[in-house]
Design a protein around this ligand. Structure first.
Ligand code: ADP
Ligand code: MG
Length: 711
């Protein structure tokens, strides 16, 4: 079977679960207030067109429908069974469903893995797999779908209708968003509660919703994922915009902080990186999730960086400008010809620059003319139209003129967002705009955030298609020999010499390094390398060499090499008497450059992950580092360099010459390839410091460290 037909058949099996034509409610109750009552009531109350079968051994009829003692007794096919039963009863019923030929189970109950009863959950999964069923949950509120008029959940209503669909790991959040959707007029078509994700998970839902004709935008609420790489791959393949809100910031690898990277990684940063690489738009909070989902479901992506802001008050215009700066789409002055057009339509004292302040005098006509001019001008990539309620104008008149201008502008593909700031009359206009498919908000920040999401989407989609580093050729074999030799001695901490050998197999520019076991050998090595040299202790028991007095820089001449040799050995023995010492590494002394650090961790969700930051002694204090899931493309590597706080230092701040960032990008890519190739072996690694030189002069890895996974 080809992989595409496999995934199609996988999607079909989800159809029965998520778009069922018939539903059995097992544990349906005749007693108001009970969960089994509520679920059946909700399914019946919203106009669902499929067949519904209550299952209950003690009743003949429930809520006007014939009830069946067991699902086995139900006549005809059952697509989905909703289990409104306590956890302990679910396995038995699942078995019956399997025998009946039910295609999907919706298991509402909690009391599984989340309270330590992983055994109950595993049993359910075994039954489901054995019968070829799919399972949503457990520990969920259910599913809601406007297009199927189906509310198989204990949320009281269907959401306000719209073109986005929400997948949430939190059930409570579904109920809350469903309620808020009405209040905010932000529409959703489907809501899927995935809970413990024992079988159907977020990735399955992304794939299914991407093929669902009623969904234009996929919104995710994520708490954590086991298989982050599968998520990244699925999100990259998706043709629809995806917005994600990730909650929970937990430190990762606190215990495994043998390298710098371990202590600097945090899953929140890794998630952020993965979202960027997957082309997923991020929402910082619930408000933002609403705004971003809404605009992405209604408006086209914002193709370029130029945002134009029209308002009838200087204050809100400035607030919009502040928000735009914060959200990565800073305002620029409009080009002179556009300013001239604006000026023709507005009073002389008003400002046509951008943000455009039409003044409090602005009536429907002024809005009409300026909206048309802005949309028609090629410089404008996105338009925020703001209005503050005042006594000179009627909000609905303004709304109509704005909407008319947007409609007649004849300019396709340019996103718009509205903010009407005021009272009830403005709120009515917002609902009116939403009804017409124009995202409208009660503050300028929100309108700008909606447009920023459209810009982010356009940008990250273009980046997600980027080329990845080539496979390593013979590099893995060379690396594996070094690792095997260390493992044969029972070691997982590689020495700097070994680590550099592996780095260099992947084309990373390490300093020339020779391991000397005697004073004479050290002198010979130093002469060959050329003075001055650097000398360092080589011991698997000493990971932080300078701390042990194990590093001597700038060693010049034979005599100096000999005394450095003795000094280092003495210091190392004083530091750790029982340390196993392999010898002294003599290496080329690299000229000073800008110090950066590269690191890698094995993230529990995303696997091999690269870290980059400014190095030196401040790295752990400033924590100015950034992450990407490996392998890293050249565009993502460039973004890593650009997004640290210290970015100006690399770009050439204060009259310094810019650093060789092209070489650094190549090195990040090769390094990322290395940790993917050697994923089964490398637990973590770092290169600290790496000296980066002037443009064209490359870089040097001065120190390297690799910690192997225990086997
Ligand atoms: P540690 O195990 O303490 O991290 P390093 O190998 O990083 O030891 O050496 C400590 C410092 O010495 C580095 O941070 C760097 O500034 C300098 N250094 C190390 N090796 C070289 C080298 N080959 N050329 C120039 N400077 C070096
Ligand atoms: Mg170091």
């Amino acid at each position: 079977m080809s992989s595409s037909s496999f995934s199609e058949s996988k999607l079909k099996t989800l159809d029965a679960l998520l778009r069922p034509k018939s539903i059995a409610v097992i544990g349906a109750s005749a007693t108001p207030g009970k969960l089994g009552y509520m679920l059946l009531e909700n399914i019946l109350a919203n106009g669902y067109g499929g067949r519904v079968f209550p299952v209950n051994p003690t009743h003949q009829e429930i809520q006007g429908l014939k009830a069946y003692p067991s699902v086995i007794d139900v006549p005809g096919e059952v697509d989905a069974a909703v289990l409104a039963l306590p956890a302990a009863l679910c396995a038995h019923v699942a078995e019956e469903c399997g025998r009946k030929g039910v295609k999907g189970l919706i298991v509402i109950a909690s009391g599984f893995k989340e309270i330590g009863r992983g055994d109950l959950e595993e049993e359910l999964v075994r039954i489901v797999r054995r019968h070829g069923m799919r399972l949503l949950g457990p520990n969920i509120v259910g599913i809601l779908s406007n297009s199927d008029k189906l509310n198989a959940s204990f949320s009281p209503f269907l959401p306000y209708p719209g073109r986005s669909s929400l997948v949430s790991q939190s059930g409570a959040l579904i109920v809350a968003v469903e309620a808020a959707s009405h209040f905010r007029c932000v529409g959703f078509d489907r809501m899927i509660s995935v809970g413990n994700m024992a079988d159907v998970d977020i990735v399955d839902c992304i794939e299914w919703l991407d093929a669902d004709p009623r969904t234009a935008c996929i919104a995710l609420y994520i708490e954590g994922m086991k298989n982050g790489r599968r998520f990244v791959a699925a999100a990259r393949r998706a043709r629809k915009p995806i917005v994600a809100l990730k909650s929970g910031v937990s430190a990762l690898g606190g215990a495994a902080a043998a390298s710098h990277t371990g202590s600097l990684a945090g899953s929140a940063k890794v998630y952020e990186a993965a979202f960027a690489q997957a082309g997923v738009v991020q929402a910082r909070d619930l408000d933002s999730l609403f705004e971003r989902t809404l605009s992405l479901s209604l408006q086209p992506p914002m193709a370029g960086p130029h945002l134009c802001v029209l308002s009838n008050g200087g204050g809100v215009g400035v607030l919009a400008a502040d928000a735009a700066e914060r959200l990565g789409i800073p305002l620029e002055f409009a080009p002179p010809d556009l300013q001239a057009e604006f000026r023709q339509a507005m009073p002389e004292f008003a400002s046509a620059k951008n943000p455009v302040d039409l003044s409090g005098m602005a009536g429907p006509e002024m809005y009409d003319k300026t909206v048309r001019a802005a949309l028609a001008h090629p410089w404008v990539d996105g338009l925020a139209i703001l209005y503050c309620e005042n006594s000179l104008t009627v909000p609905m008149d303004i709304a109509k003129s704005i909407h008319g201008a947007i409609q007649d502008s004849g300019v396709p593909g340019k996103p718009v967002a509205i903010a009407f700031i005021g009272g009830e009359r403005s709120a009515e206009c917002l609902a009116w705009f939403m009804d017409k498919g124009v995202p409208a908000f009660e503050t300028p920040d929100r309108a700008v955030n909606a447009l920023a999401a459209l810009r982010e989407y356009a940008r990250i989609r273009s980046e997600a298609a980027e080329v990845l580093p080539e496979a390593g050729g013979e590099s893995p074999d060379r690396a594996k020999k070094v690792m095997a030799a260390a493992r044969a001695l029972g070691r997982t901490a590689l020495t700097e010499v070994e680590s550099k050998e592996i780095f260099s197999a992947y084309g990373l520019p390490v300093t020339t390094t020779v391991l000397a076991r005697t004073e004479d050998a050290a002198v010979e090595a130093a002469r060959k390398i050329g003075f001055p040299v650097v000398m360092k202790i080589v011991s698997p028991d000493i990971l932080h060499k300078s701390e042990a007095g194990g590093v001597k820089l700038n060693v010049k001449g034979d005599a100096a090499v000999r005394s450095a040799y003795r000094d280092i050995l003495a210091a190392a023995k004083a530091y750790k008497a029982e340390a196993d010492i392999y010898g002294i590494a003599v290496q080329e002394m690299a000229p000073l450059g800008t110090e950066v650090i590269l690191g890698s961790v094995n993230d529990p969700s995303f696997g091999p992950t690269v870290m980059f930051g400014l190095g030196g002694i401040f790295v752990e204090i400033l924590k100015d580092v950034t992450f990407r899931v490996a392998p890293v493309s050249s565009i993502q590597a460039q973004r890593m360099l650009a997004e640290i706080e210290g970015a100006p230092i690399l770009a050439g701040a204060r009259g310094e010459t810019p650093r060789d960032t092209d070489a650094l990008v190549q090195v990040i890519m090769s390094y990322s390839r290395m940790i993917v190739d050697l994923e089964d072996d490398i637990a973590e690694s770092d290169a600290n410091p790496v000296f980066v030189y002037e443009r064209g002069k490359g870089l040097k890895v001065a120190d390297a460290r690799i910690i192997l996974k225990k086997k």
